[in-house]
Ligand binder design. Structure first.
Ligand SMILES: [Mn+2]
Length: 396
């Protein structure tokens, strides 16, 4: 019986992801959550005696991760190498510089590549690496991420890949028709183009965070998926993939799930809050207190019609502070609030509360409070100056 090639595949680890409005200690804790999935993939590769550890892009969230993250990855890559595991990687849309003038166009992973820690498939049109692994002649080809590719293009359209391995695998970092990132406006690989990679028993596609795989004839296509949920919209189970591969195709494929930090989307409608009798702010605070938990990433989504005076009385900062005190992190989303005007007529749906509107509202309130025409004129002048400054970004 022939040996199968054992490989661990991970993608979209997004190490070093930054979250604004998170205090430093919590940001560090969040980054520990992000490392956890990548760490689990490394441990799994060592436990199973994998021959190959493949990272399919977006290892880092940016082309310039902090040294702490770079050093962490160096340590793990060194452990894999010390145990004889070959490490192969490609860049993704997050960790590849957008242009040559940014970091000289160099990926953060290239430091490990230069020191022999990993093979980074980044140069040329279809860089292909040949390794002797598990008694097989293994060819690994890649389509490097090109930041200038346009939406509507098929990244595989011109690809003509003719590897000579007994086992061939191909890796890229793109959405595939039918498996598209929500709201994607980018180049997408057409299903039919996968025929161009007919020589590959395994095709690996990083980028889409939800794991999927399918097999057509001898070829299996696998989307390893992300190792943590990165946004509130994501419902997938994060993890990585373990594959046993022979010249005849995939013999075994497992998706190993990893824990993710809990998230909760708390939807609060103004009608529900009003029905509770007291003011909106007190009602919203009660809901936030009840929903919060120490580990939780909480998003509070306020929606529904609201009168201007109620909006002014809604202390958003206090809501946010309450969430930050009781949950791990909190964001307050007011984009679903619809301001009703003074005559009780509702404006067209989806009106956003803009800074401009808030400035006008406060100025008008001050003007309403005075009978002195000179003071009103001064307030009007102040408002105009502030708005000019706000809109043009220059001091009036
Ligand atoms: Mn990506």
């Amino acid at each position: 019986m022939e040996d199968s090639l054992k490989l661990v595949i991970t993608s979209d680890n997004h190490l070093n992801r930054y979250y604004d409005r998170l205090p430093p200690a919590r940001l560090a804790e969040r980054r520990r959550w992000l490392r956890q999935g990548f760490q689990a993939a490394v441990e799994f590769a060592l436990d199973r005696g994998a021959h190959l550890f493949l990272q399919a892009g977006d290892l880092f969230d940016t082309p310039d991760p902090r040294n702490a993250e770079r050093e962490y990855v160096a340590r793990e890559v060194a452990r894999l190498r010390a145990h004889g595991v070959a490490v192969v990687g490609i860049g993704g849309n997050h960790d590849t510089p957008k242009q040559r003038t940014e970091h000289g166009g160099i990926l953060p992973q290239s430091v490990y590549a230069r020191l022999g820690g990993l093979h980074l498939l980044t140069d040329g049109s279809l860089p292909t690496l040949t390794l002797e692994l598990a008694g097989q002649h293994v060819c690994i080809g890649a389509l490097p991420w090109i930041p200038t590719r346009l939406a509507g293009e098929d990244p595989l359209a011109e690809v003509d890949w003719r590897p000579a391995g007994s086992i061939n695998l191909f890796v890229f970092h793109h959405s595939i028709e039918g498996h598209i990132y929500p709201g994607a406006n980018e180049a997408i690989v057409q299903r039919a183009s996968l025929d161009r990679l007919a020589a590959a028993q395994l095709v690996v596609a990083g980028h889409v965070h939800e794991h999927a795989y399918w097999t057509t004839g001898r070829q299996t296509v696998v989307i390893p998926g992300a190792t943590e949920r990165l946004t509130f919209g994501e419902r997938h189970t994060p993890g990585f993939v373990y594959v046993e591969l022979t010249p005849g195709g995939v013999e075994r494929l497992e998706h190993i799930s990893v824990p993710c930090q809990p998230r909760r989307d708390l939807a609060l409608h103004t009608w529900t809050l009003q029905a509770e009798g007291d003011d909106l702010c007190a009602a919203a605070l009660r809901h936030i207190e009840a929903a919060a938990a120490p580990d939780l990433l909480l998003r509070v989504r306020l929606s529904g019609p609201i009168r201007r005076e109620d909006y002014r009385a809604l202390d958003l900062r206090r809501l946010w502070e309450c969430g930050m005190e009781r949950a791990f992190a909190c964001e307050i989303d007011t984009s679903g609030l619809v301001i009703e005007d003074a005559l009780g007529l509702r404006m067209a749906g989806g009106v956003r509360v803009s800074q401009r509107e808030a400035l006008e509202t406060s100025a008008r309130a001050l003007m309403d409070e005075t009978d002195d025409p000179a003071e009103r004129a001064l307030l009007a002048e102040a408002l105009a100056a502030v708005l000019a400054c706000y809109e043009q970004g220059t001091p009036a």
